[in-house]
Design a protein around this ligand. Sequence first.
Ligand SMILES: *[C@@H]1O[C@H](CO)[C@@H](O)[C@H](O)[C@H]1NC(C)=O
Ligand SMILES: *[C@@H]1O[C@H](CO)[C@@H](O)[C@H](O)[C@H]1NC(C)=O
Ligand SMILES: *[C@@H]1O[C@H](CO)[C@@H](O)[C@H](O)[C@H]1NC(C)=O
Ligand SMILES: *[C@@H]1O[C@H](CO)[C@@H](O)[C@H](O)[C@H]1NC(C)=O
Ligand SMILES: *[C@@H]1O[C@H](CO)[C@@H](O)[C@H](O)[C@H]1NC(C)=O
Ligand SMILES: *[C@@H]1O[C@H](CO)[C@@H](O)[C@H](O)[C@H]1NC(C)=O
Ligand SMILES: *[C@@H]1O[C@H](CO)[C@@H](O)[C@H](O)[C@H]1NC(C)=O
Ligand SMILES: *[C@@H]1O[C@H](CO)[C@@H](O)[C@H](O)[C@H]1NC(C)=O
Ligand SMILES: *[C@@H]1O[C@H](CO)[C@@H](O)[C@H](O)[C@H]1NC(C)=O
Ligand SMILES: *[C@@H]1O[C@H](CO)[C@@H](O)[C@H](O)[C@H]1NC(C)=O
Length: 502
Amino acid sequence: MLSTFLFSLLFILNPFFTSFSLSQSVNYTTNSGICETTPGVSQYSGYIYFDDDEKDAMWFWFFQARNDSSNKPLTVWLNGGPGCSALIGLFQEHGPCTVNADSNSTTYNPYSWNNYTNMIYIDQPFGAGYSTGSTLVNSTDQAATYFWKAFQIFFADSTFSAYKNNEFIIATESYGGRFGPVFTQYLQSQNAKIDSGDLDAEKIVVSKLIISNGKHDPLIQMKSSITFAQDAPGYGPLVNDSVLAEVTKAFNVNCSPGLSDCYAGGNDTVCHDALVLCTHQVFAPTVGDRNPDDLRQNSTEQLTEDDDEDDYSDIFPPKYYSTYIRSSSVKKAIGAQSSFDQCDTSIKNRFSNNGETGRSFLSNLAELADAKEVDILIWVGDSDMKANWIGVQECIAQMDWWGNETFSNLNYTTLVLDGNYVGEYKVVPNGGISFVRVFEAGHTMPAYQPKVAQTVFGRFLNGEDIGGEESQSSDEDSALSNAKFPWRWWIIGFSIYVLIAT
Ligand SMILES: *[C@@H]1O[C@H](CO)[C@@H](O)[C@H](O)[C@H]1NC(C)=O
Ligand SMILES: *[C@@H]1O[C@H](CO)[C@@H](O)[C@H](O)[C@H]1NC(C)=O
Ligand SMILES: *[C@@H]1O[C@H](CO)[C@@H](O)[C@H](O)[C@H]1NC(C)=O
Ligand SMILES: *[C@@H]1O[C@H](CO)[C@@H](O)[C@H](O)[C@H]1NC(C)=O
Ligand SMILES: *[C@@H]1O[C@H](CO)[C@@H](O)[C@H](O)[C@H]1NC(C)=O
Ligand SMILES: *[C@@H]1O[C@H](CO)[C@@H](O)[C@H](O)[C@H]1NC(C)=O
Ligand SMILES: *[C@@H]1O[C@H](CO)[C@@H](O)[C@H](O)[C@H]1NC(C)=O
Ligand SMILES: *[C@@H]1O[C@H](CO)[C@@H](O)[C@H](O)[C@H]1NC(C)=O
Ligand SMILES: *[C@@H]1O[C@H](CO)[C@@H](O)[C@H](O)[C@H]1NC(C)=O
Ligand SMILES: *[C@@H]1O[C@H](CO)[C@@H](O)[C@H](O)[C@H]1NC(C)=O
C-alpha cells in the first residue's frame, strides 16, 4: 500500500511525468481503394493530431503487410530533405503502386515493401507533404520528440494498438542519415525513462535501422565527391582534369577548413556558411550538367545549397504521382486536407540556418553500432552524386565504432539476382553493419532497382544472408566492378570450356 502510494507520488512529483490529453488522437479513412489493391489488405490514411491550438498534425499512410499482417514488423518510412514528403518513397520507390503517365491511374507494384512488413509512411516534421501545423521544427533533435509523440498517439488508437508489440523498424534515406540515428536514440532514451519509472508511456523499441544514400558527414562526403568525380567506379571519370584541380583546391583552401571550424564547435552561421561554400565550390562543379540524383541523366537546373531531394526534372523516376495525389478525388478518398509540396523549402531553410546541415551526425550512427541493440543496413545506389557510395563507405570506415577496421579489411561479395550482377556487399559479422552497393541506381535507389531493393530489404528483415543463394564470394579486381558485368555469360562460357576440356 505504502509503496504504491510512494510510487504514485513519485509520478506526480517527477518533472518528466507526461500524460496525454484527449485532443491527441488519430483521424483516418479506411480502405480508400487508392494504391493498394490486393484483396483483404487494409490501408489507412489520415492524420495524427498533436494539439488543438497549434493545428499540428502529421500525415500518415499505413499499409498492412500483404500477407499475415499481424505477425509482420511495422516499418516506418521517412524521406529526407529535411522537409520532403514520404509520398516520394510510397509512389516512386517501394509502395504498393506506382502512378501511370496519365497521372490518373496506378499500377500494382509487386516489389512493394509491404510484401514483407506493415508499412507506415509519415510526412514529418509539421509542414512537410500533407502534414500541417504552426509549430516550427528547426532541427533533427526537435523532430525526434514529435516523431516519438506521434507513435504514442498512434499506438493509443484502437486499430493501431494491435501493432504496438510488433517489431519496430525505421527505414529512411538521404537526410534520413540524420533522422534515422537521432530518432532511434531518442526513442531509446525515452524507453530508459519508462524503465526507470520517470515516464509513463508506451515503449517503442527499434530493432532495425535502414538508411539508403544517407547524408552522414559533410566533410567526408564532400571530399568523396572529388574522388567520385575523378573516377566513378563503373562509370568512369565525370569531369576533366581542370575541374578536378579547381575543386581539389577549393576543398583544401576553403571547404575543408570551413567544415573543420564547424566541427570544432563553430556556431550556426559558421556551419551554415561552410556547407553553402562547399556545395558551390566543390560539389556543384563535380556535378556539372549531370543530374545530381543520377549521374546518367542530364540536368540544366541550378544547384541550391545542400540539395537533397528537391524537385529536379529527372526523366526518371517520373513525378506523375504528384499530380495524382493533388487531384481532388484522390485527396478526398485518402482524407488529405492541405496543399502538397514534395519538399518544403521553409523547413530545409530552418534546419540549414541552424547550422545542422553543415554538422556531422556520424557519432550518432557510431554509438548505435557500438551498442549493438539495433541491426543496421546501410545501402547506396551507385549512380547517385548527392550521397555517392564511396563517401558513404568512407563514413562507415572512418567512424569510431568497434567494427571499422573489420569493415575496411573485408572484401566485397558480389550480389547476384536472377543471374545478373546487381551489386556488391559486405557484412561485419557478430552484429556489425551490413553495407550494400546497388548498381545502376540513383539517389532514390529503390525507384531505379525495385526488385533488388525489395529482395535485399526482405532478406535483411528476416535476418537472412544479404546475398541469398545466388551470390558468392568474390576476390576479383576492380575490372569486374562494372555495373553491366555479364555474369551469366561467364558461367555459361566457363561451363562450355569445362565440357570441351574434359
Ligand atoms: C502467408 O502467410 C502464411 C502464414 O504465415 C504462410 O503460410 C503462407 O505461405 C504465406 N503466403 C505467401 C504467399 O507468402
Ligand atoms: C480519371 O479517371 C477517372 C476514372 O477512374 C475518370 O472518371 C476521370 O475523368 C479521369 N480524369 C481525368 C482528368 O482524366
Ligand atoms: C508480393 O505479394 C503479392 C501478393 O501476395 C504477390 O502477388 C507478389 O508476387 C509478391 N511479390 C514478389 C516479388 O514476390
Ligand atoms: C524554432 O525556431 C523558431 C524561431 O526561432 C521558434 O519560434 C520556434 O519555437 C522553434 N521551434 C521549436 C520547436 O523550438
Ligand atoms: C573542362 O570542363 C569544363 C566544364 O565542363 C569546361 O568548361 C572546360 O572547358 C573543360 N576544360 C578542358 C581543358 O577541357
Ligand atoms: C559565429 O562565429 C563567427 C566566427 O567565430 C563569428 O565571427 C560570428 O560573430 C559568430 N556569430 C554569432 C551569431 O555568434
Ligand atoms: C547528356 O549530355 C551529354 C553532353 O551534353 C550528351 O552527350 C549525353 O548524351 C546526354 N545524356 C543524356 C542521358 O541525355
Ligand atoms: C477527419 O477526417 C475526415 C476525412 O477523412 C474529415 O472530413 C474530418 O473533418 C476529420 N475530422 C477532424 C476532426 O479533423
Ligand atoms: C575505429 O574506431 C575506434 C574506436 O572504436 C577509433 O579509435 C579508431 O580511430 C577508428 N579507426 C578509424 C580508421 O577511424
Ligand atoms: C581480400 O582480397 C585480397 C585480394 O584478393 C586478399 O589478398 C585478401 O586476403 C582478402 N581479404 C579477406 C579478409 O578475405
